[in-house]
Design a protein around this ligand. Structure first.
Ligand code: 13P
Length: 270
């Protein structure tokens, strides 16, 4: 079994990677790992995640309250966001939050990552929606993210950054890398006249591969709320899954169609 000290070292190593790869600036970003149902390790607030040593890492309970922290260190200001993911996704063992340049630019422009442009992104992520803006450190971000958790392993945070989670620290980090790579390719291919999207049948074959491999985590291809509602689904919904998920909040089907139409027209720039 891997020791707690070893996991702290791994968190520092991943912190260095996200910093060295420009996925965070300054003291930004945070990382957590689940030890058991009531013990979690997390990065401290207000330090560069590129220069941490194991002594920096804090331990919190399922409410985000400190169990152990060395003098001068307090848990991440975004610990509530991490805890909301663990609460809703028992399969998740690690959460990574960063501000990667391209993914964050999409989150700022309000453009979700929905176009099917390369096999790896389709298989690993499907689409990446944007959770509505919330003030950092408050319950607003956890509340905005929660509705996406049953369907996705990564979300963009509006005007803020990205959040990725998986069954191990390395896999959560890899999800974050995949989000950023997808966003960068989407941005660059748009500069080159616009991406040539994979066809519906090519995308279907990739989903089938994902099913055959039995890959862990949630993927909207199998679960997309729009598909369940008989609406345009993954890679054609232009990010309207958020509107579908809001339907639970009392909107009528006419409201829903109006919301989705508006969102699609916005995405099409009309
Ligand atoms: P912390 O240093 O408190 O984890 O916050 C960094 C950050 O990126 C907030 O969004």
């Amino acid at each position: 079994m891997v020791s707690e000290y070893e996991i702290k070292k791994q968190i520092c190593e991943i912190g260095k990677r996200i910093y060295d790869r420009g996925m965070v600036a300054s003291n930004d970003g945070n990382i957590s790992v689940k030890l058991n149902d009531n013990e979690f390790l997390c990065t401290p607030t207000g330090v560069s995640k590129g220069f941490m040593t194991p002594e920096y890492i804090c331990k919190v309970d399922a409410e985000g309250k400190v169990i152990q922290a060395n003098p001068g260190f307090r848990p991440s200001s975004e610990i509530k966001m991490h805890m909301r993911v663990y609460k809703n996704r028992p399969d998740v063992q690690s959460v990574v939050h960063a501000h990667p340049m391209y993914a964050t630019a999409f989150a700022i422009a309000g453009v979700p990552l929905t176009q099917p442009i390369m096999p790896e992104a389709v298989i690993a992520l499907g689409c990446v929606p944007i959770a509505e803006y919330g003030t950092p450190s408050t319950e607003e971000i956890p509340d905005a993210v929660e509705k996406y958790l049953p369907y996705f392993d990564a979300v963009l945070l509006e005007n803020h950054g990205a959040l990725a989670f998986s069954d191990s620290l390395l896999n959560a980090y890899h999800k974050m890398e995949s989000v950023e790579f997808y966003a960068k390719l989407l941005f660059l291919s748009n500069q080159l006249g616009g991406p040539k999207e994979l066809s519906k049948s090519q995308v279907e074959r990739l989903y089938e591969i994902r099913r055959q491999f039995g890959l862990p985590g949630k993927h909207p291809a199998n679960l997309c709320p729009n598909a369940k509602a008989g609406l345009p689904s993954c890679h054609s919904c232009k990010g309207t899954c958020g509107a579908t998920l809001n339907a639970d909040s009392g909107a009528t089907s006419d409201d829903l169609v109006a919301q989705i139409t508006k969102k699609v027209m916005e995405q099409l720039g009309k």
